[in-house]
Design a binder for this molecule. Sequence first.
Ligand code: PFF
Length: 453
Amino acid sequence: MDTPNALRSGWASRFGFILAATGSAVGLGNIWKFPYITGIHGGGAFVLVYLLCILLLGLPIMVAELLIGRCGQRDAIGSFMALEGRKSPWRLVGWGSVAAAFVLLSFYSVVAGWSFDYVCKAATGILHRGNPEQISGLFGELTASAPRLVFWQALFILTTVGIVIGGIRGGIERWSKILMPGLFGLLILLFLHGMFSPGGMQSLKFMFVPDFTKLTSRSLLDALGHAFFTLSLGAGVMITYGSYLDPEADLFGLSFRIALLDTLVAMLASLTIFSVVFSAGMPIDGGPGLVFKTLPILFMQLPFGKVLALVFFLLLAFAALTSAISMLEVVVAYVIDEWGWRRAKATSFGGGAAFLLGIPCALSFNLWEGIKLLPGRTVFQSFDMLVSSYLLPLGGLMVSLYAGWVWTKEREKPASCRLADSGVLFAVWHFLVRYLAPAAVLLVLLNEAGLFS
Ligand code: PFF
């Protein structure tokens, strides 16, 4: 192992770290994707499987990623090089994660741009004009317009760059301390409103009373894949954020809190959305259009609907922003640590490049709809599949193999490379990261590759 750098300056406080890491975890995945996949997979039983995946697979891998970063004291690639040597093949795992974060940022920013557009629509009242068809038609109008998509995507990336350029304390931590409490406040407001609406009870039942007949093998795999995505695993985020942590921080405790908050947001957001949908007697399995097409119609019919719609899309925009920040930081940390660039230059470069790569993604909803990168998939869908179905699970698999099988002598290492608890918790973690996590993730990957179909 190379000697790690002198411990670098990092988070001002553990609380700041928790908010930033939770900010990464809580994103479009929680508020946009989780509700619609839960709707499609029939509720309760799917939620239960998802919770198990978070607890048994996601959490252990998060601990492993944070530990690798804190020990390596560098970006996602540099940390592996610091631990295993410059030429070690394990650095390729770091490469895969940085690539995943970069590509993810490019297409994530397109959907995040939609949330900006909807904030504007809600604020100016456009979202509340016309009949239901016209309101749900607004979404199609937006995605059909290339200039509008590119404009919002550019604005979103610019905002992200503006925050990351301020650094860990002055940018990411500072803004997470503003955006995350804002997000929680808005969410609780909406949630309370939802629970007191006529659909509140039905929504609770749908989420928490499991009906196992609705569970299919696809549900299991989707639950696992989403557990990875929602905890921001496999993209170097936790390695990078972990590299700014102090050696005494209790990684089990921190990871647990991040996963708990992430899960809480996903649950509250789903309960809220379902209560609105049930109140209106609409179908729950509306798919990806649930948030952008169905919800606005329902908001229109609710008392205070205008305010609620604005609050909801602000929430979505905040959540997307704190996640995008973490993706950009993965790339920026790499450029700073390995190329020696200054933060301002590295951030503008990373953001600019992700914007350029995101343009074909935006165009794949309109002008380039006919262009297929992977068979039958537009550029956006291909990037999404590459990252969400392959790169993130593969990154997680390699991290668990590394922590479980290769990096086994950590007790001889300095404090920053060790886990505080060497008792039962450590033994459970080691078992999960060594056996269960790799086996389960491998299963998902093989299934995605079509082995079982
Ligand atoms: N966790 C984010 C979400 O749920 O939207 C997505 C994400 C962020 C995935 C950062 C991966 C990542 F590195």
